[in-house]
Design a protein around this ligand. Structure first.
Ligand code: AMP
Ligand code: ZN
Length: 116
């Protein structure tokens, strides 16, 4: 459920501080420490799941909860109408650096496509 060596689990438990913008029973969302856009929020499940590759069928609702929170955050940040991007990196080639799944919610500027 929680990995004592995981940075984002420590944010969930409050052992490491974060600028939390949204939380409910399932997810915690906080501002990225190195923002790549005016709005850059990370949405994580309270449950520790290392990567997309580790998802099991029973995790479907957990993943859905991440997207629900992303929608709420985009509205609260005022980027919903203009548009925003929600992305999750998986493993090294995609640049995943923290191995506790997280959605990046990016908005507040025009976002190039395709991403690098
Ligand atoms: P990824 O490369 O998809 O694994 O994304 C990890 C993200 O976590 C990066 O955008 C980092 O800037 C961000 N990050 C790392 N440590 C922290 C932290 N303590 N608080 C907030 N964001 C963090
Ligand atoms: Zn974790």
């Amino acid at each position: 459920m929680t990995d004592p060596d995981c940075l984002f689990c420590k944010i969930v438990t409050g052992d490491i501080p974060a600028d939390i913008v949204y939380e409910n029973d399932n997810v915690v969302a906080f501002r990225d420490i190195n923002p790549q856009a005016p709005t850059h929020v990370l949405v994580i499940p309270r449950q520790h799941i290392a990567t997309i590759n580790n998802l099991e069928a029973a995790d479907a609702e957990t993943v859905g909860n991440l997207y629900w929170a992303a929608k709420e955050i985009a509205a609260a940040e005022g980027v919903a109408e203009a548009g925003y991007r929600v992305v999750m990196n998986c493993n090294a080639a995609a640049g995943q650096a923290v191995f506790h799944i997280h959605l990046h919610v990016l908005g507040g500027r025009d976002l190039g496509w395709p991403p690098g």
